[in-house]
Ligand binder design. Structure first.
Ligand SMILES: NC(=O)c1ccc[n+]([C@@H]2O[C@H](COP(=O)([O-])OP(=O)(O)OC[C@H]3O[C@@H](n4cnc5c(N)ncnc54)[C@H](OP(=O)(O)O)[C@@H]3O)[C@@H](O)[C@H]2O)c1
Length: 254
């Protein structure tokens, strides 16, 4: 099992994990399509990957625009060939506590983090089902496992992603399409750059990309990492609220 010759499309690849994944997968011989709103960032990524001998195409796109996203993914497919793996990675994170309840930000996070995954999967799934092969991947988060104070909107959007992936996985497995939810802990990217709270087991984006690339070859249902942070999140699930309040607040945990 390898990435050699596979066609992979990544949403939200203009920075952070998506950009690092594009480089990692192109370096392993995949044919990579990248998509995001900031074209200048995508162009720089394309230049870097091509300079290193990789195959990559870019297309501007907003994951909250269902038909625009479908057109962008279709264009990448025309350039690169049938998509073997779709990685829905685009995401945003805003602090969202209870008072004030920033419902506009919550809505934006649901649109980008959750519906962005749904629309990206929808754009490629008919083709994968016709071929009886493919892999749908969502970059979710360990934040999916616990509603943390200060991060209600982000945690809820990632919990929705995990549950959505779980349903699809059960249904699509027998038809040759694997579904994987990737749940990272804290990764050093522009998203966490302004974070002032402690970020245990913080990992560089390149290392995260290397681990994700290795894990996806096994087509797991869920890939949680780093392992110690996953354990910590699991413990957090069973802690009394008052303990979390004391330890985590005011949290903007990703
Ligand atoms: N960093 C962490 O600690 C961490 C931990 C767990 C999970 N994650 C998840 O990992 C994913 C990548 O995050 P990151 O840390 O790499 O953050 P990042 O560097 O801020 O990257 C986010 C990416 O999403 C894209 N994006 C945002 N809104 C978009 C939209 N409407 N349409 C298309 N693309 C959009 C951005 O591109 P444009 O602005 O150019 O469109 C950018 O390429 C996210 O889903 C995030 O929730 C991150």
């Amino acid at each position: 099992m390898s990435w050699q010759g596979k066609t992979v499309v990544i949403t939200g690849a203009s920075s952070g994990i998506g950009s690092a994944l594009a480089k990692e997968l192109a370096g392993r011989g995949a044919r990579v399509g990248v998509l995001a709103r900031r074209q200048d960032y995508l162009q720089k990524l394309v230049n870097d990957v091509r300079a290193a001998g990789g195959t990559i195409e870019e297309e501007p796109g907003d994951v909250t625009d269902r038909s625009g996203l479908r057109d962008a993914i279709d264009t990448l497919e025309t350039k690169l060939g049938p998509i073997d793996v779709l990685i829905a990675n685009a995401g945003v994170s805003f602090p969202s506590g209870a008072d004030p309840l920033a419902s506009e930000d919550v809505e934006t996070m649901m649109r980008v983090n959750y519906l962005g995954v749904v629309y990206a999967f929808d754009a490629v799934l008919p083709g994968m089902l016709k071929r009886g092969a493919g892999q749908l991947v969502a970059i979710s988060s360990l934040a999916a496992y616990k509603g943390l104070p200060g991060s209600a909107g982000y945690c809820a959007s990632k919990a929705a992603v995990n549950t959505f992936c779980e349903s699809l996985r059960i249904e699509l497995g027998p038809r040759g399409v694997a579904v994987t939810a990737v749940c990272p802990g804290f990764i050093r990217t522009p998203m966490t750059a302004a974070q002032t709270n402690p970020m245990p087991f913080l990992m560089d984006a390149d290392e995260a990309a290397r681990r994700i690339a290795n894990a996806l070859l096994r087509r797991p249902a869920v890939y949680n990492f780093p392992w110690l942070m996953f354990r910590l999140m699991r413990i957090t699930r069973w802690l009394p609220d008052r303990v979390i309040r004391r330890r985590v607040m005011p949290s903007t945990g990703r």
